[in-house]
Ligand binder design. Structure first.
Ligand SMILES: O=C(CO)[C@H](O)[C@H](O)COP(=O)(O)O
Ligand SMILES: [Co+2]
Length: 224
């Protein structure tokens, strides 16, 4: 079966002194998604950035904005993130009291809907929303910071999710986020992930070279 693999560099690890140029570099090198991490200091300990920053990037960028909301009760902000340019919105199952309602709200705005699961959250919390999802995000670190190490037990979770999706005949992307780098990229692709977030591995290196190298690796897994 043919699989569309996508690289999603996370700007959390970018140098904000020249953010616009660096985004252009990774997109020109072939990255299809730009991963945008919003943190509220409540759901996760850290605070990153919000709507004004995203709006400002959107003024100069047409690429696909993959917005990862690490925000408590994200249903309050769906309209705002759609208006500032999100193409896909990911909410955490753990942050939503009414997950089904929030997913419906994202879909009703005509953008892609995704749910993220923390490492300790089981896959079955998705059972009754799966039909409405375009993507599931398996967190391979505990959310909140860039530059953490991949949690090895998450490989089994990715495998299990890929099996579930295949058996159901659904067309849902599996995204992984956290600790994707030279050492772990083959592991997550082998397990069945097809959208790879990479923050520090891309932005702390030679940007274009890293993106191209990862895209070449991902091509090897197209017919998985
Ligand atoms: O959601 C995130 C953190 O919660 C980031 O997307 C993630 O950490 C990317 O950074 P790295 O690739 O360096 O692990
Ligand atoms: Co993220």
């Amino acid at each position: 079966m043919s699989r569309h693999n996508i690289l999603a560099p996370s700007i959390l690890s970018a140098n904000f002194n020249h953010l616009g140029e660096d985004i252009q570099t990774v997109i020109s090198a072939g990255a299809e998604y730009l991963h945008i991490d919003v943190m509220d200091g409540m759901f996760v300990p850290s605070i990153s950035f919000g709507m004004p920053v995203i709006k400002s990037i959107r003024k100069e960028q047409n690429c696909f904005f993959d917005v990862h909301l690490m925000v408590q009760d994200p249903g309050r902000y769906i309209d705002d993130f759609v208006s500032c340019g999100a193409d896909s919105i990911t909410v955490h199952a753990e942050a939503c009291t009414h997950l089904h309602r929030v997913v419906q709200s994202i879909k009703s705005k005509g953008v892609r809907a995704a749910v993220a699961l923390n490492p300790s959250t089981p896959l079955n919390v998705l059972d009754y929303v799966m039909d409405d999802l375009d993507m599931v995000l398996i967190m391979t670190v505990n959310p909140g910071f860039g530059g953490q190490s991949y949690i090895p037990q998450m490989t089994e979770k990715i495998l299990e999710l890929r099996k579930k999706i295949q058996e159901s005949g659904r067309n849902i992307d599996i995204q992984v986020d956290g600790g994707v780098n030279d050492q772990t990229i083959h592991t997550v692709l082998d397990a069945g992930a097809n959208i790879l977030v990479a923050g520090s591995a891309v932005f702390k290196g030679e940007l274009a070279e890293k993106v191209k190298r990862y895209l070449n690796i991902m091509k090897e897994y197209q017919n998985y």
